[in-house]
Design a protein around this ligand. Sequence first.
Ligand code: 5GP
Length: 222
Amino acid sequence: MSLATKGALIVVSGFSGAGKGTLMKNLMKNYGESYALSISATSRAPRPGEEDGREYFFVTRERFEEMIAQSELVEYAQYVGNYYGTPKAYVMQQLEAGKNVILEIEIQGALKIKKQFPEACLMFVSAPSATELRNRLVGRGTEAPEVIDQRLNRACEESQGVEAYDYWIVNDDLDATTVRIHNIIENVRNNHSERNSEYTVSANEGFVNKMRDELMSFSKGE
Ligand code: 5GP
């Protein structure tokens, strides 16, 4: 399938705790007219403060399986015991309306999107270090210790697949990182991708490898 539209399809993935959600909210707040943020369906329970239809459409596993069977999702995946998926109708409508559509999804979903839409732009958000990532997950206080460990293990697995992504974004400062993401997307949309060269995954190989090593030592319990 190809995107004969003016809007760009942007996938944003990242380690749990890297701050993707906050970055996306900030992007929408500052540049909302250019973007449509897709709201996923999930079978996970809402966290305190999350609202149905705002962060996610919270559905039962049965309803989710019905959505799969009826081809209502453009992609879906399982993550730490729950289903997550992107409703198709909204994404297609917004791309046709010329918006840059953002999918904040994990790596399996990102790969499915790249297969269906080769021109999609894939970004991976990291914290400045694995220690910082763990501190953010613990400090957020929304997950039990064993879930934090599962999420760090998953981060370790995900770090093995980041070469599939186009860009590596280090979330060191909320506002500066938001501007960086916006500029990268504008360059992609205007076919000036060469201006983004310092943010490609390959240009950041040293950082990526260091992050991998640190996450690996966490998952070995070091
Ligand atoms: P959380 O439970 O922290 O909100 O999300 C867990 C993971 O699921 C995150 O990596 C998030 O990006 C991913 N995710 C959220 N929505 C979707 C979706 O629609 N599809 C896929 N494949 N992953 C998703």
